[in-house]
Write a protein that binds this ligand. Structure first.
Ligand code: NAD
Length: 512
């Protein structure tokens, strides 16, 4: 079955999403009918679109003829009778199972054979939406992202009874509408809203432990390549919305603690500090209030300013070690290299600055019986650019001179060092490991393929890389070790390792 551009499309619900869906369908050449239960809403939406298109024409971004043609293809309709000749109906009404089921039943009585019933739901089970219909096989999730004309991703969601031909038709249609479609099986949060949970949850967990401020956490994740840190992003989404998505994913997973919402966020919701829209969330957006800055000791350290160590040894490999090697070489004090070492980092006269493996610095110091112990955070491509922020911490036993030197060594490697409390897995390492872990479970459970997960996270929430791209740049053994250390430290359900990831680590050990 093929939904060519001459096939009429009915969009039900002329709100933010429905208006956007009508626009992309019309731009692709379809005759579009737009219906809303609120009288006049569809015409208003068309009016707003006309103004948007006029603006694009005025700025030379769209031909006047193309704008007129797009608008000419959108017809506000007053009843659902327009469903009769539609090849596909896309509903974008209120997010309520009862309302959507009622609408689909009504539509089923009106549409012709073979018409696809697509839903833009972001959280309701597609299997549940189709329940009770004569032809449940024609119900498909078509999950767009806001703003629809700009966001490239569409999750094509199949419920238990969705016919493969219907899902394929929607997949191909999304492609013809200029989108990148990915297949997803109907499970809580589908792909993006599920895999993204740790991006928020790890920041909230760090805040609850008072390990770092929102500004520091955000700076570190921007340093890892994210366009927005998690705290600023939650402020943008709105804490009420973000909290309720987390609650619904957690409840839909029978209260699995892995998805547990945070007290820190509930407090913001209860206090009405909902984020940008309220003028305050983690950050203060009221006029005249200066933006919160992370506290950094500075950047760009001259190695010559560091006290000379009699013996510097570089352990393992990776971005930090390579930068230290180059800086030491340039300063005429090349260090010893131990690339085969079982840890990564720097040793200066016996004191150590190690890449985190998920154990808190205090624990590593106790296990090694080493007082002067500090840890720094992971950097995976495309993150770690010179000048970007990196988190580090020191064991409580570390001497004041070594604490000062640890930050200075990171600055010598070109980073802006951000001191945080001794939290297991620091900031970036634990966040990326948990994103990889969640994506691994999603693939294991047949929710999506690994390439679909990567595409979905890059296009649906603008991640700088996909979870499996990070995994390829890191390695399964290190990720599993880090998660096991977090699991051991916190002893809850949150950090349990995906069986798929563990299998990969074993395979790697066999072939090493
Ligand atoms: N806003 C987002 O960022 C976003 C992103 C992805 C998916 N979604 C999903 O898209 C859907 C719509 O969201 P929105 O943000 O556009 O909401 P919205 O409130 O802007 O628009 C919903 C529209 O549906 C109309 N409506 C309500 N019940 C109706 C019914 N029974 N029949 C016809 N019209 C009805 C309302 O009058 C309103 O105009 C929801 O399922 C939501 O979960 C939203």
């Amino acid at each position: 079955m093929k939904l060519d551009s001459h096939v009429p499309v009915l969009v039900v619900g002329a709100g933010i999403m429905g208006a956007g869906i009508a626009q992309v369908a019309a731009q692709a050449g379809h005759p579009v009918r737009l219906f809303d239960a609120r009288e006049g809403a569809a015409a208003e939406a068309r009016g707003k679109l006309a103004a948007t298109l006029d603006g694009l024409v005025a700025r030379g971004r769209l031909e006047a003829a193309a704008a007129a043609a797009t608008l000419g293809r959108i017809e506000p309709v007053a009843t659902l009778e327009a469903a009769a000749d539609a090849g596909i109906v896309v509903e974008a009404i209120v997010e309520s199972l009862a309302a959507k089921q009622g609408l689909l039943r009504q539509l089923e009585a009106l549409v012709g054979d073979g018409c696809v019933l697509a839903s833009n739901t972001s959280s309701i089970s597609v299997t549940a939406l189709a329940q009770g219909l004569q032809h449940p096989g024609r119900v498909v999730g078509m999950h767009f992202f806001n703003p629809v004309p700009l966001m490239k991703l569409v999750e094509v969601v199949s419920g238990l009874q969705t016919e493969a031909a219907m899902a394929e038709a929607v997949f191909a249609l999304a492609g013809r509408w200029g989108k990148v479609a990915v297949h997803a099986r109907s499970t809580p949060g589908f792909i993006v809203n599920r895999i993204a949970r740790p991006y928020y949850a790890e920041a909230l967990a760090l805040l609850q432990e008072r390990a770092a401020t929102p500004a520091v956490i955000d700076a570190c994740l921007r340093g890892a390549g994210f366009r927005m840190g998690p705290c600023a992003l939650m402020d943008l989404i709105g804490h009420d919305t973000n909290f309720s998505v987390t609650e619904s994913v957690c409840a839909a997973n029978f209260g699995d603690k892995r998805f547990a919402p945070s007290l820190v966020q509930r407090e913001l919701v209860e206090g009405g500090l909902l984020g940008r829209k309220a003028g305050r969330g983690f950050f203060d957006y009221r006029a005249g209030v200066p933006a919160a800055a992370p506290v950094s000791a500075g950047r760009g350290e001259d190695l010559a300013a560091l006290p000379p160590a009699a013996r510097i040894v570089l352990h393992g490999q990776g971005l930090a070690v390579e930068r230290w090697a180059a800086a030491l070489e340039a300063a005429g004090r090349p260090g010893e290299r131990r690339t085969e070492s079982d840890w990564t980092g720097l040793e200066a006269d016996g004191a150590q600055l190690r890449l985190t493996d998920g154990r808190p610095a205090g624990r590593v110091a106790a296990q090694l019986r080493m007082r002067d112990l500090a840890l720094f955070d992971a950097s995976l491509p495309p993150g770690g650019a010179p000048g970007s922020a990196v988190a580090w911490t020191a064991a409580a036993s570390a001497s004041a001179p070594w604490q000062a030197q640890a930050g200075a060594w990171l600055r010598a490697a070109g980073w802006q060092d951000q001191r945080v409390e001794d939290a297991a897995g620091l900031v970036v390492a634990r966040t990326l490991a948990m994103l990889i872990n969640e994506a691994s479970d999603a693939v294991l459970q047949g929710v999506c393929s690994a390439p679909a997960a990567d595409a979905a996270m890059k296009l649906g929430v603008n991640y700088p890389a996909g979870p499996f791209e990070w995994l390829a740049a890191w390695d399964a053994t290190s990720v599993v070790r880090l998660l096991d250390h977090l699991d051991d430290h916190y002893r809850g359900e949150r950090y349990r390792v995906s069986p798929a990831l563990r299998q990969q680590a074993w395979l790697k050990e066999m072939t090493a």
